[in-house]
Design a protein around this ligand. Structure first.
Ligand code: CA
Ligand code: CA
Ligand code: CA
Length: 388
């Protein structure tokens, strides 16, 4: 009696090897492998024995829920395992442990040879970074009283390593880099040895592996608003391999203590004053420059991201700003065609991220704008002629 098989002919996914390899005979041999990646899902090995002029190669496709990923995680070419071996990958068997380490091996057949490829222990890592103290204290950074030789904080990085393979030894070297103020041009902090970054290698063991370093601030810190970013990056070498879902970097930050009282909130009280100095009259067409003298005072707690916005009429164009002792001199060019009327008004506004409200100040100056002359030179138009 004929019974219809339950195999469905539909093929929702297609696996593919190196797309630049033609006549590869991809799929000549296939075998299922026990989990190699440490996620408890089986893998698939596919042979392509005619790749590279019949030298051959094999591909490993990782398992995923309901099937296999269509992108391979490893390609092993014949030239990587044996010199001159032809048709590598024309037969395969994956359910064996020839090396007796309880980790699955894969035997791959070629022309006249069978090779055993052994799998390695997969390890997963998680990384944590802490600082002690958790905040850089005012006494460590606020000049002139700061003791810049003492550690401002101590960083501790812990790497927790777990074996993801069901068996096997963890054997790996971790090479890490730690960077202070990563991505910032003006670095504020250093490790012992006065370096902004350091690189070290240590043998990674199962369980917690911790390192710690003191961090010092060798100079007065001007920008205490931006926290100190620390970047940790690492690579693994050795017999064990890192699982796909493990991180290879971590970035954390430590803030500077704010000088803003017990409530932890900074409330500044900014005032601004603007004058034109001794200048009493501005004659448009005669004075080509006008200076605004600005002074900003803070009557409250520390101010952050403080900024001054100056509003000025058309006809003036901003030139420079210079700091002379505690005042700013802002220079403007005055166009000889500026139409200022009889009064030049400049509005200044000071604000910050810690301000309750912005503070405005307007200053004005008598201006003399000559009236446009009523007589204009007569210029007969050469083009305005009527053809006869
Ligand atoms: Ca797997
Ligand atoms: Ca084995
Ligand atoms: Ca406060």
């Amino acid at each position: 009696m004929y019974t219809q098989a339950s195999v469905s002919p539909s093929c929702p996914i297609a696996l593919q090897g190196d797309p630049t390899q033609y006549f590869a005979s991809f799929g000549s041999a296939m075998c299922l492998l026990p989990d190699l990646t440490g996620d408890n899902l089986i893998e698939l090995a596919v042979g392509a024995p005619c790749e590279n002029q019949n030298q051959g190669a094999i591909y490993i496709f990782p398992g995923q829920k309901g099937g296999f990923r269509t992108t391979y995680i490893q390609r092993i070419a014949s030239s990587q395992v044996a010199k001159g071996l032809m048709f590598f990958g024309r037969s395969m068997s994956g359910n064996l442990d020839m090396t007796r380490d309880s980790l699955p091996d894969l035997s791959v057949g070629g022309a006249g040879k069978v090779l055993i490829l052994r799998s390695r222990t997969v390890v997963g890592v998680s990384v944590s970074m802490t600082f002690n103290p958790a905040e850089i204290l005012l006494s460590s950074y606020e000049c002139p009283d700061a003791d810049t030789t003492k550690a401002a904080t101590t960083i501790r990085v812990c790497v927790t390593c777990t074996r993801k393979s069901p068996a096997g030894e963890v054997s790996a070297q971790m090479t890490y880099t730690l960077q202070l103020d990563a991505g910032r041009v003006q670095k504020r902090a250093v490790f012992p040895g006065k370096e902004h970054s350091l690189q070290q290698t240590f043998p990674l063991r199962q369980g917690r592996n911790c390192i710690q370093y003191p961090i010092t601030l060798p100079e007065c810190v001007e920008d205490s608003l931006s926290p100190l970013h620390v970047a940790f990056n690492f690579t693994l070498t050795g017999q064990s391999v890192l699982s796909e879902d493990s991180p290879t970097s971590l970035s954390e930050q430590v803030s500077f203590q704010k000088n803003c009282g017990s409530d932890g909130r900074c409330q500044d009280d900014l005032r601004i004053n603007a004058t034109f100095g001794d200048l009493r009259h501005l004659v448009v067409g005669v004075s080509l420059e006008v200076n605004v003298i600005l002074s900003v005072q803070n009557h409250g707690e520390d101010s952050y991201n403080s900024q001054v916005i100056i509003t000025f009429p058309p006809g003036l164009s901003y030139r420079t700003v210079s700091l002379i002792q505690a005042i700013f001199v802002v220079s403007f060019h005055v166009s000889s065609l500026a139409n200022l009327g009889n009064r030049l008004t400049i509005t200044t506004n000071v604000t910050s991220s810690s301000a309750c409200q912005a503070f405005n100040f307007s200053s004005c100056l008598l201006a003399h704008t000559p009236s446009p002359p009523s007589l204009v030179p007569y210029a007969p138009s050469a083009t305005n002629s009527h053809p006869g």
